[in-house]
Design a protein around this ligand. Sequence first.
Ligand code: CP
Length: 327
Amino acid sequence: MYNDSMDESQLQLNEKDELCHLLTLKNLDKIAIEKMLDQAQKYISSKIISDEEKDFFQNLTIANLFFEPSTRTRGSFEIAAKYLGCNVINIDVENSSKKKGETLLDSVKTIQSLGVSALIVRHGEKDSLKLITEEIGEHCVVINAGEANISHPTQGLLDLLTIRQEKKSFENLVVTIIGDLSHSRVVQSTAQGLTTMGVKEIRLVSPKQFSLDENISPVCRSINNVDEGIKNADVVMALRIQHERIEATEEEYTTQNYFEEFGLTHKRMKLASPDAIIMHPGPMNRNVEIESSLADSPKSVILKQVANGVAVRMAIIDQLLKFRFKS
Ligand code: CP
C-alpha cells in the first residue's frame, strides 16, 4: 500500500484520495478542511451523539502516545474520545518499555496489537509519523498530535475554526504570526491551512535567527520588524520561543530583550485593525512573547482556541474512525 517515495500528505490518503489518517495539512484540500471544521462546529453546538454512534464508538480504543510534554492536545484528545464514547488509554512513555530499549516501531506495533483503533502520536523527531504510518497504518488510524518542528495539523484546524468563528470568512484576511518560527510546528500547519482557505496575506514576523528557511506558501511574507508586521492585521498570533529545540550553542534572546523587540503588547496591537483578534497556541510565556494583561483582554481568543480543540478533535476522531471501521 505504501512506498518510500510517499510524503506525509500522500501517505494520509488512500488510493481514492480519501483521508484515512491525519498527518499534515499540507496539500489537504479545502473541501476536506471545511468538512472537518463544519463537523467540529456541530460538536460545539451539541456534544450529544446518537445511540447508534455510541454502539459504534464503544467498541473502539484510542491510544495517546506522547513523547513530548502536552497539556492541551493530549487532554483534549482524551476528552474528545470520551465524549464520543471510545475507550482511551494514555501510554506513560516515561514508564513504558521504551525505558527497557524497545524501539518506536516495536512500541507502536505492540500498541496496535493490543487492539487499538487509533493511535495519537506526538514525537520530537522529523519523519516519525511517516514511519509509524508505514508500519501500522493498514490496521490503525494514525493522528499527528505534533511532529518535531514540522507539523501540528489538529492545532492548525482549531486555529482555522477559531478564525472562522470570529471573522466569518477567510477571504481578505491579513494574518500575522510572530515568534520563533524556525522551531515551531504550529506555524507550518496553521499557515498551510490558512493558505488553503484563501487568506489574503500571512505575515511571518521573527528575529532573523528564528526565521524560516523555506517559504510555506506564496501568500506568506517574512518580516523582521514587528510594527510593520502588525499594521492593519486582522489576526495576530504570538508564538513562544521553543527553548527545548534550541541548541546550547545558538544565540538566544534574553527574556527582556525579546519582549522589547518582538513582544505583543497593548501599544503594538493599536497598529492592528480595530477589530483584530489575538491568538496563541499555548503554552504562553507571559511578558516574554505576549504582555500578560493582553492575553486576558477582550481581544484575546486564546481560551476559545483551547475549547475549540475538543470539538475539532472529536470531528477528526469521528470522521477517521467511521471511515475506517464502519462497514
Ligand atoms: N498547543 C499545544 O500543542 O499545546 P500543548 O503542548 O499543551 O499540547
